[in-house]
Ligand binder design. Structure first.
Ligand code: ZN
Ligand code: ZN
Length: 410
């Protein structure tokens, strides 16, 4: 029996999966508030006859599918939407959809503009075909439905809630993301760093308030902050080696209320990206060094404060695991198995496999036939083609798992 026999099953479920996708697309939910999404996933899983569904943190859950002895393969699908309004023009768009943000009480627009609804339906589809064909594979398949990727909280919440103790240790951990940067239907793999680290830093610098006409009596945090913003530009241009890639962006700089008042303090918000942990660490060290030194140069009366948040680790695909998946993709997908360029985005995907000490790989799935004009993830126009995306999302999971689960491969 072969993977092709298992996947022939998709012909009979295509319409149902498209309907299911439209349901999730029209019911996007904010990070850590994926209540309806989790309930719908649960009812689907129950109808497939999985062995067990384990809840891990609020809206996270893992379906366990066993078929005798063999390796343990985990596949992650993230489930959250984004706080933005959809403008895809699709007849199944979630236009006008809102959800009350539980933290702020505000009615917030919400949309699946990152394509996590594709990830949900692909993973459900893989569970369904594997459950229906247990006689054709051996081992354990874990379907990890992970909340809150968009605020980097979900994978960490599952680890904090003891996912490592609640599940058997996976031999391999897999993940995928639908993208507009690959031809529609293509699957893209890459060995090594595939997604960057990211971190946000809020920096409070202290001046000394004064009348705008008496600057000598104060310490001006606007002048100090401006010097900091200028000097920060030298980190990437003068401190990071030319062969490396890094970004330091000052996305926000707030100080003052009126033209003739020198403010007491200024608050800067920075975002950093890097494709190696060494470079990421260097960026943080350099930022703190420069800010402290500029504060001293400006005779700031108080040490600056640094608050780190929204930190994403490096996604660094394991060479051996990626090579096995690539061989399986090449054999099944032929020309549509491609090399993926490093993606200038970040993910919390690697937090769970790192907690297990399990090697991982994360691949890209092309979602648009007209990919040269495709909107990027997080665009209000981001809504992938239904097909071949939905079929390919399931196929990619089953094919990627096959070197571990099927003795005779594809
Ligand atoms: Zn996203
Ligand atoms: Zn995403």
């Amino acid at each position: 029996m072969t993977i092709r026999d298992i996947l022939a099953h998709l012909d009979s479920t295509r319409e149902d999966r498209e309907e299911l996708y439209k349901y999730f697309h029209q019911h996007p939910e904010l990070s850590l508030q994926e209540h309806e999404t989790a309930a719908k996933i649960r009812s689907e899983l129950d109808s497939y006859g999985v062995d067990e569904v384990i809840e891990v943190s609020g809206t996270g859950q893992v379906a366990v599918l066993r078929s005798g002895d063999g390796p343990v393969v985990a596949m992650r699908g993230d489930i959250d939407g984004l706080p933005m309004a959809e403008r895809s023009g699709k007849d199944y768009a979630a236009e006008g959809r809102t959800q009350v943000n539980e933290a702020t009480g505000e009615e917030t627009p919400v949309a699946h503009s990152c394509g996590h609804d594709v990830h949900i339906v692909s993973l459900l589809g893989a569970v369904e075909v594997l459950a229906a064909h247990r006689d054709q594979w051996a081992g354990t398949f874990l379907a990890v439905f992970q909340p809150a990727e968009e605020n980097a909280a979900g994978a960490k919440a599952m680890v904090d809630d003891g996912i490592v103790d609640k599940l058997p240790k996976p031999d391999v951990y897999l993940g995928q993301h639908v993208l507009g940067t690959l031809p529609g239907g293509a699957v893209g793999t890459r060995v090594g760093p595939v997604l960057s680290t990211a971190s946000s830093i809020e920096i409070t610098i202290h001046g000394k308030g004064s009348h705008g006409a008496m600057p000598d009596l104060g310490v001006d945090p606007v002048v100090l902050g401006s010097a900091i913003v200028g000097r920060l530009q030298t980190i990437v241009s003068r401190e990071v080696a030319p062969k490396e890639t890094a970004v330091v962006t000052v996305g926000s700089f707030h100080a003052g209320t009126k033209s003739n008042i020198i403010a007491d303090e200024a608050v800067l918000q920075l975002n950093t990206r890097a494709y190696s942990q060494e470079v990421a660490d260097h960026l943080h060290e350099a930022i703190e060094r420069i800010v402290r030194a500029e504060c001293q140069a400006a005779r700031s009366p108080q040490e600056p404060e640094f608050r780190y948040y929204d930190a994403y680790p490096l996604t660094d695909n394991n060479a051996e695991v990626t090579a096995r998946v690539r061989t399986a993709f090449d054999s099944y997908f032929g020309q549509e198995s491609q090399e993926l360029a490093a993606v200038p985005a970040s993910e919390d995907f690697s937090i769970i496999p790192d907690a297990f000490g399990t090697p991982y790989t994360f691949w890209g799935l092309g979602g648009f036939a007209d990919w040269k004009n495709a909107p990027g993830n997080h665009s209000p126009r981001f809504a992938p083609d239904l097909q071949p995306t939905l079929d390919r999302g399931v196929e990619a999971i089953v094919v990627a798992a096959s070197p571990w689960l099927a003795a005779d491969g594809a």
